[in-house]
Design a protein around this ligand. Structure first.
Ligand SMILES: NC(=O)c1ccc[n+]([C@@H]2O[C@H](COP(=O)([O-])OP(=O)(O)OC[C@H]3O[C@@H](n4cnc5c(N)ncnc54)[C@H](OP(=O)(O)O)[C@@H]3O)[C@@H](O)[C@H]2O)c1
Length: 138
């Protein structure tokens, strides 16, 4: 998907947000980074070589106040209008429905349902050019 977006000249100056619950290390640490955030940092560096500016917002999109947290974070960045959202947050807890627990079910649904509703409140109908949601069927 990133490759497709980057083929479009209008996206070359786009700002891309990664919503994650984990914070990224400071940029001056990126050349030495190892572990599970190394892949994320290397992808950001690849995209930035294509003249995309990337800001990260650390956020649990399933939190009850995720909409106000996101609005505050976007206002702080002082950027032009957000044109589109790709909501790809998801938690992988693969069980047959008969074997799952309500706690596990809640964790999986949280980013999908509460997260989508939070994004809907921040970006109401007609606010965006595109809004892409990733489902999860296990
Ligand atoms: N890969 C597949 O086969 C497959 C199949 C069907 C659907 N999907 C869906 O496609 C999407 C992308 O899949 P993927 O394999 O790229 O997933 P992935 O590598 O597990 O990435 C999901 C990301 O979501 C973030 N995340 C989870 N809960 C969050 C929350 N509450 N708030 C903010 N960020 C959150 C995680 O970051 P942190 O852990 O740092 O928070 C993680 O970086 C997911 O929505 C998934 O459900 C994938």
């Amino acid at each position: 998907m990133e490759k497709e977006l980057l083929k479009k000249p209008n996206f070359y100056q786009a700002l891309v947000f990664l919503d994650t619950r984990r914070s990224l290390p400071a940029r001056n640490m990126w050349s030495h980074i190892e572990g599970d955030m190394e892949f994320v940092v290397r992808r950001i560096q690849q995209l930035e070589r294509k003249i995309v500016t990337i800001h990260t917002i650390v956020l649990n999109i399933g939190a009850s106040d995720a909409d106000s947290q996101l609005l505050t974070a976007i206002e702080r960045l002082s950027i032009p209008r957000v044109l589109g959202v790709i909501h790809a947050a998801g938690v992988f807890e693969d069980h047959l429905i008969i074997d799952t627990t309500s706690a596990s079910f809640g964790r999986v649904l949280s980013s999908k349902l509460a997260g989508t509703l939070a994004l809907h409140r921040v970006f109401p109908p007609n606010a965006l050019d595109f809004f892409i949601l990733f489902s999860s069927i296990g």
